[in-house]
Design a protein around this ligand. Structure first.
Ligand code: NAP
Length: 475
């Protein structure tokens, strides 16, 4: 496959000539080397996106829609190869990678359908003096920065709406997983995306490259998915040129189980909310709050299910949990678990890093976790479930909201009124009631508090790439 930069429809080496290695998380071995984009390449990509902008914005919505629809078809036809590539560079189990390809392709189909649903508004001014006409226009050149945990889906969730709206883009993928992004570039070109409309720029110096693009006044939008820490830095940089921003940041999801819940459903939901993607998801359940009457049984049953999972290389068909993406991630997970154990928690299953090559961590369930343990404050991003008990609805809501994050929450109860009441009281952009999975291309995904600004997916996802222009008309 191509491993150079993709700029203005061509594969080009980095202007410095440098390259960087991509590692297999199952072994730590090098699997490929990729062109390492620098600041000059970033400006060349902005140049290409700016030059392609007017033509793409003027392309009919139907034609833009059909390009996205072809991208969906191609992705679906090549799902098996793409899943293998994702699994190779990210480490996730093939079943997770296949799920990601389906989810990622769906953003192309959804936004192919949204592309032709452009709408504005017309009203009479309250004074009666004139009409108020509102038209929606593409924001312009967009810089898209994505993380390694869903290398395909986080890219399509941005490229789909941007292209549907008539914007041109530069995608800067995570340096741990650039191969999937490069495969997407080739696929989009084959689907008929004109030269310069989508540019892909892998880089090991992400900070410098993204800053250079944000300083270029032709860039009008930054859509970022990644950690809250980097999001804060980029928000400050975007302020310089007052660049429009969408921020999908970290999460610290509470998973609340009331004593009246269907425990079978709660365990199934917990396995999905915790173990999808091996726990490396911003939506991953990070804190389990279980009402005291059922906490013992919940912990025992969850630990049983977690201990039965098959851990191994992601590309092995039998694997249910692959390695984590890199050494830093596994060291962080290990540190958080050790901290919890030192603070008095017990590991019902798992709890220590195995010896040997690869970035593996075993599925782990912790009970008796101290209220001030860092594992309850920070994103774990691994297969670890800390359980805390509570009594009553007020305490559940207080514990759930005791975090700077507000991406998603899960609530299990048989009482629908309580489920809805608690959903409204929890400070989160999304809530799953009796469901461990909320992500859906047709729904607005995003967080409140320090989990982000803006929404991706649904109709809202398209609006992030459009500006409203108001025209006052006399007629
Ligand atoms: P990250 O370290 O914040 O990196 C995300 C992206 O930003 C990568 O492409 C990275 O490039 C780049 N980057 C890093 N430092 C930068 C800087 N100073 N300036 C510009 N770009 C920079 O996050 P990650 O570790 O890849 O991903 C995990 C995080 O993403 C978690 O916090 C997770 O919750 C969050 N996430 C959120 C959502 C959501 O929708 N809310 C979805 C998925 C993941 P390099 O790879 O080269 O460092």
């Amino acid at each position: 496959m191509e491993t150079d930069l993709f700029i203005a429809g061509k594969w080009v080496p980095a202007s410095s000539g440098s390259r960087f290695d991509v590692l297999d998380p199952a072994t730590g071995d090098t699997i490929a080397s990729v062109a390492d984009g620098g600041e000059a390449d970033a400006i060349a990509a902005v140049e290409a996106a700016a030059a392609a902008g007017p033509g793409w914005a003027a392309t009919s919505p139907r034609a833009r829609s059909e390009v996205l629809r072809r991208a969906f078809t191609l992705m679906t036809e090549r799902a098996a190869d793409l899943a293998k590539l994702i699994s190779l560079e990210n480490g996730k189990a093939l079943t997770d990678a296949k799920g990601e390809v389906t989810y990622a392709a769906e953003f192309f189909r959804w936004f192919a359908e949204e592309a032709v649903r452009g709408e504005g508004a017309i009203a009479t001014a309250p004074s009666g003096a004139n009409r108020i006409l509102v038209v929606r226009q593409p924001v312009g050149v967009c810089v898209l920065v994505t993380p390694w945990n869903f290398p395909a889906a986080m890219a399509t969730r941005k490229i789909g709406p941007a292209l549907a709206a008539g914007c041109t883009v530069i995608l800067k993928p995570a340096s741990d997983t650039p191969l999937t992004a490069l495969a997407m570039a080739a696929l989009l070109a084959e689907a008929g995306v004109p030269d310069g409309v989508v540019n892909v720029l892998p880089s090991r110096s992400s900070g410098r490259v993204v800053s250079a693009m944000l300083r270029d006044s032709r860039v009008r939008k930054l859509s970022f998915t990644g950690s809250t820490e980097v999001g804060r830095i980029l928000l400050a940089q975007a302020a310089e040129n007052v660049v429009n921003t969408s921020m999908e940041l970290g999460g610290n999801a509470p998973f609340v189980v009331f004593a009246d819940a269907d425990l079978d459903a709660a365990i199934e939901g917990a396995m999905i909310a915790k173990m999808r993607n091996g726990g490396e998801a911003c939506t991953a359940a990070n804190r389990f709050f279980v009402e005291s009457g059922v906490a013992g049984e919940f912990a025992r049953r969850l630990a049983q299910r977690m201990s039965e999972l098959v851990v191994g290389p992601g590309t092995d068909e039998r694997t249910q949990v692959g390695p984590l993406v890199n050494e830093d991630t596994v060291a962080k997970v290990d540190g958080l678990v050790r901290g919890a154990l030192d603070g008095g928690a017990s590991a019902v299953t798992g709890g220590s890093r195995p010896a040997g090559p690869g970035f593996y961590y075993p599925p782990t369930v912790l009970t008796g976790v101290a209220a001030d343990a860092p594992i309850l404050r920070e994103e774990i991003f691994g297969p670890v479930a800390p359980i805390v008990t509570f009594t009553g609805e007020d305490e559940a809501v207080r514990l759930a909201n005791d975090t700077e994050y507000g991406l998603v929450a899960y609530v299990y109860t048989r009482d629908l009124a309580r489920g809805l009441r608690v959903s409204e009281a929890i400070e989160a952009g999304m809530v799953g009631i009796n469901r461990g999975l909320v992500s859906d291309p047709a729904a607005p995904f995003g967080g409140v508090k320090q989990s982000g600004i803006g929404r991706e997916g649904g109709h809202e996802g398209l609006l992030e790439y459009l500006e409203s222009k108001y025209i006052a008309v006399n007629w």
